[in-house]
Design a protein. Structure first.
Length: 462
């Protein structure tokens, strides 16, 4: 660690729900550049150190768009499927309000329809990165499950950045697609649309990846509250870390569409998204009511990231829109969830609404890792992390297991559901990284050591 101070050191991770894998990554100082920091609640345009594109101005309201229509029929005896592509150049679009939603056309119920920026189309002859898929686990056979790519993607960014950018391009393309075929969701027994325009898909599919997305069918993930903010946060992190202006230009329409899509979940116009009383996020057996620490924090972070990216790409109107929403939403978030020592699980009245969620500062983890201003003041951040450390970490086998997902304030594990009482590698390493970024190195490495020993020591599963 020669020449690298703790102030510029961030611990990140490789994550799979199925396979315990740990990796400490030392990112370039750009990820934590002080040039991207400003006073609380402000979004600042970087000063040439991180992205070096402040001179670039991009008109994101006028694009050449390609319309792709894919007929996809699947024969279970042929894992390749059968696909026909019909591509035609669409007209230049200049829409008065700058909304990407105006790119949409009607969609039949049995076709994948994409309105997208032409540069998101892969050119195998000129793309030395290619296309890349990976499985979350050996028994979870869905390609690139995006809710947990949020935790695993640091490794790809640091080790294989072109692969990481191409995965994000695939998801940007997917955001601007819709697939009207009807799907039955197992948990609620209801029917819905396979892929909704503007929604980030849970995954890129199974038997026909890229063309038949959302193989996951337990819940309707178009109603999940974490996927779209996670997309915006990952894209901004990758954009700021690599300084790849073309990548930013390519994915920006999808970023705007993803942010605009989330407006429907702000039920009371307070700037915050609300959860809908079912497990509408990656903890897909853990019900959430109203404003939640996890999804609400991700939303606040996404507003900051979208504003910062918009400034750098010249879309200042949208930057101001995101900034206004952030300044409106943040005090509401704190008023509804802050209890004096940590953020409550949610704003509902259930038996676990006051639970201590290990992942409550996931949004803060990403803003700090990407060089954005902190979401909250230092006291709230450190107090929340201290609570997680004292309860979720140290009250489980003396800190030798990592951070349990949920803990009641009375010191008992939250057994509301299977996932509230589980310990996830990605969450634990994310908590440890957030602790390091907050100056809590001793607690961070104790937390990380626990999940490492549980996974790899002779006394654990290794």
């Amino acid at each position: 660690m020669s020449g690298l101070s703790y102030e510029t050191f961030v611990a990140n991770l490789v994550f799979s729900k199925s396979i315990n894998t740990a990796l400490i990554l030392l990112p370039d100082s750009a990820l934590l550049s002080s040039n991207m920091r400003n006073s609380q609640d402000q979004v600042k345009e970087p000063e040439n150190a991180v992205v070096r594109i402040t001179e670039a101005k991009v008109d994101c309201r006028k694009r050449e768009v390609v319309e792709c229509t894919t007929d996809s029929t699947y024969d279970s005896t042929d894992s390749r499927g059968h696909n026909h592509f019909d591509e035609k150049h669409y007209r230049d679009i200049s829409h008065a309000n700058g909304s990407v939603n105006s790119h949409r056309n009607g969609n039949s119920t049995n076709r994948l329809h994409c309105s997208s920026i032409k540069n998101l189309q892969h050119d195998d002859d000129n793309d030395d990165g290619g296309r890349f898929l990976y499985l979350e686990g050996v028994e979870y056979v869905m390609w690139c499950t995006y809710d947990v790519h949020f935790y695993a993607s640091f490794a790809l960014l640091m080790l294989f950045p072109r692969i990481e950018l191409n995965i994000q391009r695939d998801f940007a393309q997917a955001v601007l697609c819709e697939d009207g075929r009807r799907v039955k969701f197992l948990a609620e027994g209801n029917w819905g649309t396979r892929k909704v325009f503007g929604a980030v898909p849970h995954d890129l599919g199974t038997h026909d990846p890229w063309h038949e997305m959302n193989a996951y069918n337990i819940h309707d993930t178009s109603k999940w509250k974490d996927l779209n903010p996670k997309f915006v946060l990952q894209v901004y992190r990758d954009f700021s870390a690599t300084g790849d202006l073309q990548f930013g230009v390519d994915v920006w329409p999808a970023v705007r569409a993803a942010m605009e899509y989330m407006e429907q979940f702000d039920r009371d116009a307070d700037g915050l998204i609300e959860n809908d009383g079912f497990p509408d996020q990656t903890y897909d057996t853990w019900t959430v009511h109203g404003v939640s620490a996890y999804c609400g924090g991700l939303w606040l972070a996404a507003l900051q990231a979208a504003a910062a990216m918009a400034i750098q790409l010249g879309d200042r109107d949208f930057a101001e829109t995101c900034k206004r929403k952030f300044l409106k939403a943040k005090p509401v978030f704190e008023q509804k969830l802050w209890n004096g020592s940590y953020f409550n699980y949610d704003s509902g009245s259930s038996g676990n609404s006051k639970s201590i969620q290990a992942d409550q500062l996931a949004g803060q983890w990403y803003t700090a890792s990407s060089g954005l201003p902190s979401l909250f003041d230092d006291f709230k951040i450190k107090s929340s992390l201290r609570k997680v450390y004292d309860f979720n970490v140290m009250k489980v086998k003396g800190g030798r297991m990592g951070a349990v997902n949920g803990m009641h304030p009375n010191g008992k594990v939250d057994e509301t559901c299977m996932q509230s009482r589980e310990i996830w590698t990605g969450v634990t390493y994310g908590v440890a990284a957030t602790m390091i970024l907050a100056g809590m190195e001793e607690e961070a490495f104790k937390t990380a050591e626990g999940i490492f020993l549980a996974g790899w020591s002779e006394d654990g599963y290794g």
